[in-house]
Design a protein around this ligand. Structure first.
Ligand code: SF4
Ligand code: SF4
Length: 472
């Protein structure tokens, strides 16, 4: 904000003191309309996050990101390495979606949806308020000597935090290796499932470290999305913003005085009570303007609204607004940049949904054996092929066989004509296709092969059939 002369706050971050040491923040417990809405949204999202790896659709885990075995399930659709292009598109859609949202609605994702914010503000911080008390008690407890009260409260808090971190690590592992593996580990014990158990302990340690000590530093230092804000936001993006025009007026902010008529003295509506600063979990002063640290958590909106109400001024001194809305009184406009992002998002989404529905549960690759042409077998021409069938589902298929589609001829599978493929397994082998020479119209015919389970057509694939050149 250009009319705020002192920009020194941009040289430091609120959580590091002048000596370069970590400054712990003890934010005031938020309360108000937005905090209540955020609680509802957070607990719904938490329930979804916890339930996702335990829900199954057609035997497939609803969400799974098994990077070790390169198996991914998204909304119950299994993605194999062969489907990697779909996975990449879904990631692209996700990234564009977040960018679009950031351009239009600022960091709404950080404040309302990000799991880090939800766990920190709605789980760990709330337990902390319950055990240690509000801002004043927390900072007093941190400063005081180790006595009975401090030992008791710290032990209780760290134990509860460890148990929750352990719970989160279990959920995380269920996303990573699958809930079946997690249950197997619980059943067989840590010795038999040593690698999973070690991973569980490492994740627990990481979550404990993040939520007990590192906290808001994740958003400020570690999160790449946070660092992108400077590029994505512009004067038209909606953010949690302080209305400096109204707050400062001609003669700036000033303490509240019941007897003073601020319209006459030219003072702004900000009574410099600092409550918006005390409630901020990132330790910043929103009155300095849009800052990298601000996660748009809305706590300062609620807090300032309480203050405005108590001094009889209109609410909304801090609110969701764009810079132009505040400085130029311009109403919100859907800019060309926003339209461009929406169009890209829509195209990507359409491509993704189309590909998702065109994708089959069974994938068949049938290729002519390299270096082989064709053989005469009486009045028939024979070509030899190798095949690979991938069963991406959680179903076993017991009667798999091949049939030619739109072409007369015979398929001879080496080994059993009909074979089985278990769930999530592949089958490969060799087959011969024989076609009567008299009905071949070219030396290279494209043929369509159906992969059936009993009478059910699972997949079709195309390949070439070679024959002699002397056709009329
Ligand atoms: S809470 Fe509102 S009135 Fe108080 S300092 Fe912040 S902006 Fe000013
Ligand atoms: S400035 Fe306001 S919205 Fe931003 S992090 Fe602090 S309290 Fe939350």
């Amino acid at each position: 904000m250009s009319n705020l002369p002192d920009e020194a706050f941009r040289d430091t971050i609120g959580t590091i003191d002048e000596g370069g040491n970590r400054k712990f923040i003890f934010p005031k417990k938020p309360s108000g309309k937005f905090y209540d809405y955020r609680k509802i949204v957070s607990y719904v999202l938490l329930a979804i996050l916890v339930a996702n790896p335990f829900i199954k659709i057609n035997g497939n885990q609803f969400m799974m990101f098994n990077v070790i075995e390169r198996r991914f399930n998204i909304f119950g659709f299994p993605f194999w390495p062969q489907d990697f292009y779909l996975f990449v598109i879904s990631m692209l859609v996700g990234v564009v979606f977040v960018i679009l949202f950031t351009v239009v609605f600022g960091r709404i994702f950080c404040g309302w949806i990000c799991p880090q914010t939800i766990f920190l503000e709605m789980v760990f911080r709330r337990i902390e308020y319950w055990i240690d008390g509000d801002r004043g008690s927390q900072s007093r407890l941190a400063r005081q000597e180790w006595n009975g009260e401090k030992i008791r409260k710290r032990l209780l808090k760290w134990t509860v935090f460890f148990l929750i971190s352990f719970g989160i690590a279990n959920i995380f592992l269920a996303y990573l290796v699958g809930s079946d593996q997690l249950f197997l580990m619980i059943e067989q014990g840590p010795v038999k499932q040593a690698s999973n158990f070690i991973a569980l302990l490492i994740f627990t340690g990481v979550f404990y470290f993040v939520f007990v000590w590192f906290r808001e530093q994740v958003c400020i230092i570690a999160c790449p999305y946070g660092r992108l804000q400077g590029v994505l936001l512009d004067n038209k993006s909606i953010n949690v913003a302080y209305d400096f025009v109204r707050g400062e007026k001609e003669n700036g902010r000033g303490k509240f005085n019941k007897k003073e008529d601020r319209a006459l003295t030219g003072k702004g509506d900000c009574i410099d009570c600092l409550q918006c600063v005390h409630v901020c979990p990132m330790g910043i002063d929103i009155r300095n303007g849009t800052q990298l640290e601000c996660t748009n958590c809305t706590a300062c909106i609620d807090e300032c609204d309480h203050i405005m109400e108590s001094v009889g001024l209109p609410k909304g001194l801090i609110r969701y607004a764009s810079e132009d809305e505040i400085a130029k009184k311009e109403p919100f406009k859907f800019t060309n940049r926003m339209k461009g992002y929406t169009a890209v998002l829509f195209i990507l989404l359409s491509v993704f949904v189309g590909m998702l529905f065109l994708r089959t549960n069974v994938e068949a690759i049938i290729l002519r054996l390299p270096g082989q042409l064709f053989q005469h077998k009486g009045d028939k021409i024979s070509n030899v092929y190798t095949y690979k069938i991938v069963n991406k589902t959680m179903k076993d298929y017991s009667d798999i066989h091949f049939e030619l589609i739109d072409q007369k001829g015979e398929i001879k599978n080496v080994g059993n004509k009909n074979f089985k493929i278990k769930r999530e397994e592949t089958a490969q082998g060799t087959l011969f296709i024989e076609i009567n020479e008299a009905i071949l119209e070219s030396d290279k015919t494209t043929i369509k092969i159906g992969v059936y389970n009993g009478k059910e057509l699972l997949e079709t694939t195309k390949t070439n059939f070679l024959g002699p050149r002397s056709f009329n």
